[in-house]
Design a protein around this ligand. Structure first.
Ligand SMILES: C[S@@+](CC[C@H](N)C(=O)[O-])C[C@H]1O[C@@H](n2cnc3c(N)ncnc32)[C@H](O)[C@@H]1O
Length: 387
């Protein structure tokens, strides 16, 4: 049986997510504003959850209908058979997003949908699941836009950026999905050394390691669908095992981390250690990570670049909004750009910068820039290969 799915992502990442979806051969995929849609089987949704690096979640659409009043919403939500998604003694939570519609209160929309689900269970089973904001067995999303409602169930549960390896946050960590998008878009053969001279908690280097070793980002966590009554654990376990078996640790891979703050680098090491301690098939060992990671506190401007190294410089520089002050940050970009131009011939760059002014401050001859968002901040993602 086929279902319609929508995979939301952060604004600006749609084409990158679409590329991932095509590579996974998810059927009838279509890029849309805010994400990618596909029509496929439950097994396709399992693969999407396990494999996609830039997706926020995977929603399964249950109903889509015109809706300009709450009675219609209630009626349509009550017409859905909810038994495949939550047990009568389980728990659920509804959240709603409302835009340009006659119904304007998202909480009211969520409440009416919740009532409809509870009433459906009362009628069908004489029992009803409880409502739980935290750790619900089922999360239901209602999206109301221009008086069209979509009711979906969240197959992912927790947001997919939670991979299971983050132990240390740091002050301005990059989201895992955005970091993965940068790695996917970088001009990198997945074997050349990777340098993050402003590494913070190490998000970019961890995501680069996962990609280089062909480790699916969802292997180390559980998903919402695993708690649904209709879940089939045996075939899911088989799929999980086959994806985990693909892992090939690139023994020659070298990841170089640097940061002014020794505390961040201790946190970065904790994140790598957490990855090694996952004790799930498909995770790298502590020994493998120890050999590949070189982390040293210090100024990015004093990094010991090597000629002819052909490394990827993958980094998220201080913005001057959350970390560091504007003037100083611009001067840092000028000095960093000068150093790259003088000492890093043939290197590939994939840098997330605060704005266009900071991109120009690097003084590169040619580069490609794309606007991406890091949370609420608009950023420039700059890629190039140095001459
Ligand atoms: C935007 S944060 C990077 C966050 C990182 N991508 C993560 O996911 O956690 C910038 C980092 O640059 C570091 N930093 C600032 N100036 C630096 C310099 N001159 N040399 C090295 N690191 C510096 C800060 O300590 C901070 O951790």
């Amino acid at each position: 049986m086929r279902h319609e799915y929508f995979i939301p992502c952060a604004p600006g990442l749609e084409p990158i997510l679409f590329g991932e979806v095509k590579a996974l051969k998810l059927p009838r995929a279509e890029q849309q504003v805010g994400g990618v849609r596909f029509t496929g089987t439950v097994e396709d949704a399992w693969r999407a959850n396990l494999e996609l690096r830039t997706a926020v979640r995977v929603l399964q659409r249950l109903a889509r209908f015109p809706c300009d009043n709450d009675d219609e919403l209630y009626k349509q939500a009550r017409a859905i058979d909810w038994s495949p998604y939550v047990e009568p003694d389980g728990s659920f939570f509804v959240d709603a997003q409302v835009r340009d519609s006659t119904l304007t209160h998202s909480q009211f929309v969520a409440q009416r949908t919740k009532d409809a689900i509870a009433d459906w269970f009362r009628k069908a089973t004489r029992r009803r699941p409880s409502v739980a904001k935290e750790d619900a067995d089922l999360r239901v999303h209602v999206h109301l836009s221009k008086d069209r409602a979509t009711i979906s169930v969240d197959t992912s549960g927790d947001s997919l950026h939670k991979r299971g390896w983050r132990d240390y946050q740091g002050v301005a960590p990059l989201g895992e999905c955005l970091a993965a998008a940068m790695v996917l878009e970088a001009d990198w053969n997945r074997r050349a050394p990777v340098v993050d001279p402003f590494a913070g908690s190490g998000t970019l280097l961890v995501e680069a390691a996962l990609l280089a070793a062909d480790i699916a980002p969802g292997l180390f966590r559980s998903f919402g669908f695993e708690r649904w009554p209709n879940h089939r654990p045996a075939p899911y376990r088989k799929l999980h095992e086959s994806i985990a078996a693909r892992m090939r640790w690139p023994s020659k891979l070298r990841l170089h981390a640097r940061d002014l703050e020794a505390g961040h680098l201790r946190g970065l090491r904790r994140n790598f250690e957490a990855l090694a301690q996952l004790e799930v098939a498909g995770a790298p060992t502590a020994d493998q990570l120890e050999r590949c990671l070189h982390a040293e506190a210090g100024d990015a401007l004093e990094f010991p670049w090597r000629e002819g190294w052909g490394a990827l410089v993958l980094s998220n520089l201080p913005y001057g909004v959350r970390v560091g002050d504007t003037e100083e940050v611009e001067e840092l970009h000028r000095a960093f750009g000068r150093m790259l131009r003088e000492r890093c011939s043939g290197y590939s760059l994939a840098l997330l910068l605060g704005d266009k002014r900071l991109a120009h401050a690097l003084g590169l001859q040619e580069w490609k820039a794309r606007e991406l968002r890091n949370g609420a901040l608009r950023c420039q993602f700059v890629t190039t290969r140095l001459p």
